[in-house]
Structures are given as structure tokens and as C-alpha cells.
Design a protein around this ligand. Structure first.
Ligand SMILES: Nc1ncnc2c1ncn2[C@@H]1O[C@H](COP(=O)(O)OP(=O)(O)OP(=O)(O)O)[C@@H](O)[C@H]1O
Ligand SMILES: [Mg+2]
Length: 268
């Protein structure tokens, strides 16, 4: 087994990255896959949405990165993660938590040589290549050094786009960043798909965003057929630390996320 590593990224905030990471991750686990979720956001939103008080944690992805920068071996890093960092969510996924302390890591990385600073996350996640089928990285809303680390550590990226006014602002920059990473830093990275989120049936806004996405990018990027409908149920999930499947299996969002899970499994 060699884990597929997927970054869930968009520098625009609040577009559904964390919700997608959790529900695609748990959806893959429901299909029998071994899944590791990685919270790579200084807000620790995924950690919180999986039911953990992020800011009380002493051991997070940030402390693993500190140890990697200090020169710990992969074996030492693995022991540390297994004992102190990695957590398990009852619906069948493991995860590496994060919190606001990760914000300080940006400056630490910027002081490092490029060969080191871009690949710290990759070095850490590759320890788990043989143990998981999928490793999903929930990125923060920026294209800074942390997100670059996520792109350097990943084989593919999923880009959630919110069906909202100005949804495609910054989109070009995101695509350019992934292309630049592919050319210079990680030849395997590719955008697997663009996922329209928070869609509302029969509204002009959803229709317009969906059409302009397909018109402008449909020939060069895979735009998922399925989109995620707007539903308060997904917001409730985060409060309860659960996925949509256990919170409201009948929600159309649960079916939509399972459609995406099947596309993710079929992608090669
Ligand atoms: N399909 C949806 N319908 C309704 N609400 C949603 C949907 N998807 C996500 N949300 C809610 O919208 C908010 C933003 O979603 P989420 O945290 O997943 O976005 P994000 O891109 O990770 O945000 P950030 O950029 O801050 O990391 C959350 O409160 C979430 O519960
Ligand atoms: Mg998020």
C-alpha cells in the first residue's frame, strides 16, 4: 500500500475545506479505506470539528515539525507521533491535530534553507505511506509556506469553491501556485478536482458560478459532477464532532460527499 496524499486547499476562507476533509476522509473510511487526516491550519478548525479542544493540546503537528527540524529520525518521529500526537475519531479515521501554535512555525520555516523548509511536512507524512490508503491535509486559507509544504507533500489537491459572489477571485493564483510547485518543487502534484460547495438549487448565484467555473476551467481541470448542497446540518456536525453520515445520513449532503468519495477512489 502506498498512501495517496491529498491537500484540500483554497486560499479563500470559509469555502468548505475543513468540512470536505472530514467528510471525504470519514467517507473513505466507510468504504473500508485506512485514512489519516492532517490538520494543517493554525486555526485548528478540523481538530475542533472532530471534537477536540485544540488549544489545550501540547502535542500537535507543530511539535512534530519542531522535532523534525531538530533532526529527529523518522523512527523517532514515528514513536513520538504514535505516543503523543496521533488521535483517533470514533468513525474510523486517525488524525494529527493542530492549534494556533502552528502560526509561529511560518517564521521558523522562513529561516530555513529552501530544501528544508518546503519539505518538512512531506518528511513527516511519508513515515505513514505504507500504513494508510489516504492521507488528507486540511490547509489553511493562505498560499503561504505552510500551504506550500502541503503541496510539496501531496500527490493531488482538491479545491473546494463556494457557490458565492467572487468565488473565483484568487482562483487563477491558486492554479498558478500549484503549477509552479509542480515545475519546481514536486513534479507529482496535480489538481484532482474542483468541488463546488454550499450550492443552492435553482438560484442564479449557484448557476452562474457553476457555469463560469465550467466555461473557464472545464477544459483544463476536472470539475466534479457532484456538488455539496448548502445545509445547516453540516454546520451542526462540526459542533458535535461528527461527520454528516452519523449526524444525518439522509441529508443530501451525505449522498453528495459519498459521490465525491467514489470519485476520489476512482481517480488515477
Ligand atoms: N455545504 C455547506 N452548507 C452549509 N454550511 C457549510 C457547508 N460547508 C461548510 N459549511 C459551514 O461553513 C463554515 C465554513 O466551512 P469550513 O470550515 O469547512 O470552511 P474552510 O474553507 O475550511 O474555512 P477556513 O478557510 O476558515 O479554514 C463552517 O461553519 C461550516 O460548518
Ligand atoms: Mg478550514
Amino acid at each position: 500500500m502506498s498512501a495517496k496524499k491529498i491537500a484540500i486547499a483554497n486560499q479563500k476562507g470559509g469555502v468548505g475545506k475543513t468540512t470536505t476533509a472530514i467528510n471525504v476522509g470519514i467517507g473513505l473510511a466507510r468504504e473500508g479505506k485506512k485514512v489519516l487526516l492532517v490538520d494543517f491550519d493554525t486555526q485548528g478548525s478540523m481538530t475542533k470539528a472532530l471534537g477536540i479542544k485544540a488549544d489545550a493540546l501540547r502535542h500537535t503537528i507543530c511539535t512534530v515539525m519542531d522535532k523534525a527540524l531538530e533532526g529527529d529520525s523518522p523512527e523517532q518521529l514515528k514513536c513520538y507521533m504514535e505516543e503523543f500526537v496521533k488521535l483517533h475519531q470514533e468513525e474510523g479515521v486517525d488524525f494529527i491535530p493542530s492549534n494556533s501554535i502552528l502560526a509561529g512555525m511560518e517564521n521558523t520555516l522562513l529561516d530555513e534553507r529552501p530544501e528544508v523548509r518546503n519539505y518538512i511536512l512531506k518528511g513527516i507524512l511519508d513515515i505513514y505511506l505504507e500504513e494508510y490508503d489516504f492521507i488528507l491535509i486540511d490547509c489553511q486559507p493562505s498560499l503561504g509556506i505552510l500551504t506550500l509544504n502541503a503541496f510539496c507533500a501531496s500527490d493531488r489537491a482538491i479545491v473546494p469553491v463556494q457557490a458565492q459572489f467572487l468565488a473565483l477571485e484568487g482562483f487563477e493564483e491558486l492554479i498558478k501556485t500549484v503549477r509552479r510547485v509542480r515545475k519546481k518543487l514536486n513534479p507529482t502534484i496535480d489538481i484532482e478536482g474542483v468541488l463546488l460547495t454550499m450550492t443552492q438549487k435553482n438560484t442564479n448565484m449557484t448557476r452562474q458560478i457553476s457555469e463560469s467555473l465550467r466555461d473557464k476551467y472545464g477544459r483544463v481541470l476536472n470539475i466534479y459532477q457532484a456538488s455539496i448542497p448548502y445545509t445547516v446540518r453540516l454546520g451542526e456536525c462540526a459542533q458535535k464532532g461528527r461527520s454528516i453520515y452519523s449526524h444525518d445520513r439522509k441529508s443530501p449532503a451525505a449522498d453528495a460527499y459519498m459521490d465525491i468519495v467514489r470519485e476520489v477512489m476512482a481517480y488515477e
